[in-house]
Design a protein. Structure first.
Length: 241
């Protein structure tokens, strides 16, 4: 096949988006992306266009939620701060892993930026591997350049189950943090904790099905992150940042 000028920005977005309601296809003639969103008025026409031109359109295979979960595990293994690494291990254990992982990193801007860089590199490597596998010749190099695969982390850290539930581990870590707060700041900390407790009680009384409103449930992604995992294994069809 002749070289094609690829729209790398759109291709990157297509590889990030792991949604069962949307498919993307690379047009080998002009390098653009053709997306088909289930339920959209033109979905049937676009699907027919792809079906009638099998040599022109190549289906994009996004990084699966399982693969992106492994990216997250590898990152945790690279975290040098032992306390943060333990918090992240707790965060990625069980359902809701991607949401909790992101929430923990919000308090650590430097590590959060490292995660973005780590994830981007692995995503670009995933794209590069796909391009090579499909034997697509790009007339223009990707803006991020050639990506070199690094050796896998020798040992992916795992949460050591000591009989404590993840919630109890977090409570213990919260108590440890309280011990480090100066006495003058304790009243403020207690007021904030009281606020969290009352808000949690209000949510429980106001809705008996809060799980359905999770902002990381399937179909409601944030920054290209996968939806959820269950005990460290992401559900198929779901899609981390």
């Amino acid at each position: 096949m002749p070289p094609v000028t690829i729209n790398w920005s759109d291709l990157e977005i297509a590889f990030e988006r792991n949604s069962p309601e949307q498919e993307s296809f690379l047009d080998l003639e002009n390098g653009d992306l053709l997306s088909i969103v289930e339920g959209e008025p033109d979905a049937a026409a676009r699907r027919a266009k792809v079906a009638n031109n099998p040599d022109r359109y190549v289906r994009v295979d996004p990084a699966s939620s399982r693969e992106q979960y492994r990216w997250m595990e590898r990152f945790v293994g690279l975290v040098q701060d032992q306390a943060l690494r333990e918090r992240l291990l707790v965060a990625i254990d069980g359902k809701g892993a991607f949401r909790r992982f992101k929430d923990v990193l919000l308090a650590f801007p430097a590590e959060r930026e490292r995660w973005f860089a780590h994830r981007s590199e692995l995503l670009h490597l995933h794209i590069q591997t796909w391009i090579e596998h499909m034997q697509i010749q790009a007339a223009n190099p990707p803006p991020w350049g050639q990506v070199t695969a690094h050796a896998e982390t020798a040992e992916v850290p795992r949460l050591t189950h000591t009989g404590e539930a993840p919630g109890e581990i977090l409570r213990r870590q919260a108590r440890d943090l309280l011990d480090e707060i100066p006495a003058a700041e304790l009243p403020t900390a207690l007021v904030f904790l009281q606020f969290l407790r009352e808000r949690g009680a209000a949510l429980l009384l106001g809705s008996g099905a809060t799980e359905s409103t999770s902002k990381f449930s399937a179909g409601d992604q944030d920054d290209g992150e996968p939806a959820d995992v269950d005990h460290g294994t992401p559900d198929e069809g779901t899609t981390a940042e």
